[in-house]
Design a protein around this ligand. Sequence first.
Ligand code: IPE
Ligand code: IPE
Ligand code: MG
Ligand code: MG
Length: 331
Amino acid sequence: MSTTTTQLSPAEMLEFVQEPIRPGLKRITDNLENAAKKEDAFLSKLLNHVLQSKGKRIRPSVALLIALSQDNKEDNVEQMATAVELLHIATLVHDDTVDDSEIRRGQFTVHKLWGQNTAILLGDFIFSSAAALVSETDNVPVMHRFSQTAIELSRGALNETEEAFKHQTKEQYLNRIYNKTASVFATIAESAAVLSDIPEEQVTSLRNYGYNLGMAFQIVDDILDFDGNSEELGKPVGADLANGLLTLPAFVVIDQDGNDDVFQASFTNPHDDDVLQTAVNRVQQPEVITESYAIAHQYSKAAVAALSYLEASRAKESLTVLVDYATTRRN
Ligand code: IPE
Ligand code: IPE
Ligand code: MG
Ligand code: MG
């Protein structure tokens, strides 16, 4: 990264990252919004609600930047990136329903406005629309990777419900965040590389880029759940422990304390706010947050290393700055 980009705020970094792919991101956003228009009034209202909300479009950005690094102007990459963003949105609708979370992207969630049943069915509809769209790429390896990812996402979400409020290991946590988040990043990078006809060993490097970026991205999400603010994030904070989940900052505490007593106390007294607050305060210690960021940085360094074979280009600069954005972001 150049010295000029190291001085940017996170918002400016994202602006720099997405600047060369604005037209493609705009077309993806238009495609998402148009998808809602084809349906009857009720479904159209639901789809509009979720598809017009402004996400950061990090996953499509990875795809478009990889294509740009190869001067690939194929529509297929945009098609696939739209499908993966839809897959991501479907998991958010389901995740908020399972977590009983009221705010997403700064607005009320589907289950809060229309109830759980509608939210589950709408999530399924969006999942299926994503699968239909990815099949339009006509690329069997890409379709295969997409279906595997849908399985991994469901596995991650199911593991989360199964492990909640129990003793949890760091290994279970790392598996969970691979399944629920890094798998999507790995897949979008790999698929963009495949659709851009990049040689096979380099496809693997780009998959590794996506994997490591995704792991860092989720670890930072988990840090922000303790250290962020809900205004900036557009979603609630402090939800993970309250939902019985141990994330990376909690495992830093467990390593320091040699036991998970402070968390088990909150899990066995789920209605006692003081016990929960004691656990939250323990995680919010500055040295815990610093150590958690140090671990996120191990993944972000691996992500940058995975780009080493790519020739210098504006797209590569964006892919590199995206990694710094992932670990400095506040939303
Ligand atoms: C939220 O993802 C879910 C996680 C994997 C942490 P994003 O932070 O990319 O959400 P949007 O798309 O910008 O809303
Ligand atoms: C990501 O994890 C969930 C999905 C992949 C849908 P989180 O549960 O931490 O995401 P947020 O914090 O609700 O966005
Ligand atoms: Mg959640
Ligand atoms: Mg989170």
